[in-house]
Design a protein around this ligand. Structure first.
Ligand SMILES: [Zn+2]
Ligand SMILES: [Zn+2]
Length: 315
């Protein structure tokens, strides 16, 4: 296989912004999972020569030593050409109130980090705060926990032991860091949740927290079923044009993956992993996990409601 034919649909180069990355991709093993960990082969050579900086954001790890990178092979573009052919259905954007989508702040061992997005759903087991597991990757790495798919010994109890508190902030407010909605309760033990699956497989990328009754949040509801290929869904967050959702169409669905194509290529908020995806009835159908470009179209993938219900033990 010629490496030039390979693409990495779900990763972009954080230096030159190549999206998708073609050829060999270099993935940092020291930085937390997120949009700033991958380099294309050209930029990786420049990094080794000290000509470009990594990590990009000073808020992340900032040791002077070089970070460790692993080279990754991509996949041939052919199987995903069909994702471009599904037509975009008609649909009306859902109404999104303040206090539904939040930014979580995880406090642990005297430190605190903001991790992506999240939201609350009202279930038969009470109110539950949901987000992706990989938004906790900085907590995981700094706590020397191995929650990767390779580790069969991980029980799901390790993270709840190190996380002291989780503050939630209303993402729809302009200065969201000043709009503290309240605290989560305990992190729930989800023995099958893991980070590090090969994208777009994302059925284990979930974390869940109980909620205090007094919290000032607007809870959503989980849909019973996952939408079919061709149905519309909406990613909910605060967009740069101040709208609150972005329409997409489901283009692929398996027990382990859920892929959709956005109607527009407008940028999404940078850290929108963990944000909810809604169906046309406004019910939650998935937790947003990743995104990328293919042939100038923006795609996303998510952990769908069938998997969410299984992890939480809901019928
Ligand atoms: Zn590059
Ligand atoms: Zn790094």
């Amino acid at each position: 296989m010629n490496t030039e034919d390979e693409i990495h649909l779900w990763q972009h180069c954080h230096h030159c912004n190549e999206s998708p990355i073609t050829g060999v991709r270099y993935e940092c093993q020291d930085c937390p999972a997120g949009p700033d960990i991958d380099l294309c082969s050209t930029c990786f050579e420049l990094y080794k020569q000290g000509k470009i900086s990594h990590p990009q954001e000073k808020t992340h790890f900032s040791e002077d030593t070089l970070h460790k990178f692993l080279s990754r092979r991509g996949e041939l573009a052919k199987p995903i050409d069909s994702w471009l052919d599904i037509p975009m259905p008609e649909g009306n954007d859902p109404q999104v109130e303040n206090g539904f989508v939040v930014r979580p702040e995880f406090c642990f061992a005297g430190k605190s980090v903001f991790g992506g997005h999240g939201f609350v759903v009202n279930t038969s087991k009470g109110l539950i705060f949901l987000t992706a597991l990989h938004v906790l990757d900085e907590v995981i790495k700094k706590s020397n926990i191995d929650a990767s798919v390779e580790n069969n010994q991980y029980t799901g109890k390790e993270l709840p032991q190190v996380i002291n508190t989780v503050n939630l902030y209303d993402v729809m407010e302009d200065k969201w860091m000043f709009y503290d909605i309240g605290l989560c309760g305990e992190m729930m033990v989800l023995p099958d949740a893991r980070v590090g699956e090969i994208e777009p497989i994302s059925y284990r990328d979930i974390s869940a927290f109980t909620l205090k009754e007094s919290i000032n949040i607007r809870a959503g509801t989980l849909a019973m079923n996952c939408p079919d290929i061709g149905e519309p869904i909406w990613l909910v967050s605060k967009m740069s044009d101040r709208s609150r959702s972005r329409e997409a169409v489901v283009v692929d669905k398996t027990a382990h993956s859920f892929v959709f194509r956005y109607e527009s290529n407008e940028p999404l908020p940078k850290y929108c992993s963990g944000a909810p995806l809604l169906n046309k009835n406004g019910q939650v159908v998935a937790i947003n996990v990743g995104g990328g470009f293919f042939k100038n179209q923006r795609f996303g993938h998510a952990n769908h409601v069938g998997n969410i219900r299984q992890h939480l033990g809901l019928n």
